[in-house]
Write a protein that binds this ligand. Structure first.
Ligand code: GTP
Length: 315
């Protein structure tokens, strides 16, 4: 006897690229991780920690969704700022869906409107979805008001949302549904990545981001913009017994001024040691191998304004 038909039979495989945008701290990285189910994008409670385009890959029997996590768009004050904005706009015009993250615990402000307006004016406009992120932080009534305000942007800015979805990356509420909806908006297409791949970021970059996250924990608010991390060298140590592998990583944290170097190193090197330990544990967890981490702090004066430094740091 023939197997009963499943709902998927006859449906074409869908695939494509989705980009989360939103003001700093809107919850983009956390949502990327929740959807992918793995820690890829770096989240922290400091704004603007996401520098690189990070992809999370979700593969299901009926489709594959490639998530692209961009930095927030902000008024450029440095060459780095300008390059980041260009990167963000390029990404928007290339993806299938742009999902605008509007945190439920914040009113929609001029910054959000500006951002949505920029998207509305793109020449090739992707499908637009609005996400009321961090829905767990507010009451039902407040969430309802927020959804109404989001809808109000349609007339105000002359665009139309394919969906408006409340979601919480922390409680997981609506995360699964969001995945389904995003997938349904993608065109028929090929599987871009093998099933077991969840990001195509080079390991060096993931490692650099983990170190950056560790160093940002607990430092003053003005410092995040001044720190970059470069992985100079990363290789398995030779002559180790097979059951006791060790990954050697040599990395530098780059700051702009001597005073910042002092902050990062801390009293008698205490901070640097803590950062090293935290980063080492995270990296070992991610890559599944014990790690030796050698961390140095370098000063590159005003690296954010210098094209030579920016190129060296991969921007
Ligand atoms: N309660 C709650 N907090 C959340 C949720 N999503 C994110 N957060 C918190 O909000 C803060 C910012 O989240 P991120 O995911 O780093 O935000 P982002 O938009 O990627 O931030 P940038 O990298 O600065 O652009 C972190 O402290 C998260 O823990 C959520 O669904 N609920």
């Amino acid at each position: 006897m023939a197997e009963p038909m499943t709902a998927d039979d006859g449906d074409e495989f869908r695939s494509g690229f989705v980009c989360f945008v939103g003001r700093p701290n809107a919850g983009k990285s956390t949502l990327t991780n929740a959807l992918v189910g793995q820690k890829i994008a770096i989240s922290s409670d400091k704004p603007q920690t996401t520098r690189h385009v990070v992809r999370g890959i979700i593969t299901r029997p009926d489709g594959q969704l490639v998530l692209i996590d961009t930095p927030g768009l902000h008024k450029p004050r440095t060459l780095l700022g300008e390059r980041l904005n260009d990167l963000v706009r390029d990404t928007w015009s290339e993806v299938d869906v742009v999902a605008v993250c509007l945190p439920s615990d914040q009113r929609i402000g001029p910054g959000d409107s500006y951002l949505v307006e920029q998207i509305a004016h793109l020449r090739s406009r992707p499908t637009l979805v609005a996400l009321a992120t961090k829905s767990d932080l507010v009451s039902g009534e407040r969430l309802r008001q927020h959804l109404v305000s989001i809808q109000g942007l349609e007339d105000k800015l002359g665009l139309s949302w394919a969906h408006i979805i409340p979601v919480s990356a922390v409680t997981g509420d609506q995360v699964e549904e969001l995945g389904d909806i995003l997938l349904s908006l993608l065109p028929p297409g090929p599987k871009y990545y093998p099933d077991d791949e969840f990001t195509d970021e080079p390991e060096e970059q993931l490692v650099a981001e983990l170190i950056r996250e560790a160093v940002l924990e607990g430092v003053r608010d003005e410092l995040p913009h001044s720190i970059a991390v470069v992985v100079e060298e990363m290789r398995m140590r030779a002559d180790r017994p097979e059951d006791k592998p060790l990954l050697d990583i040599y990395a530098s944290m780059v700051v702009e001024r001597d005073s910042q170097k002092g902050i990062v190193i801390g009293h008698k090197g205490e901070r640097l040691r803590q950062v090293g330990t935290a980063a080492r544990q995270q990296i070992a967890h991610l890559l599944g191998v014990p790690v030796f981490l050698d961390l140095k702090v370098k000063v590159m004066k005003d690296w954010q304004r210098d094209p030579k430094y920016l190129n060296r740091l991969g921007f």
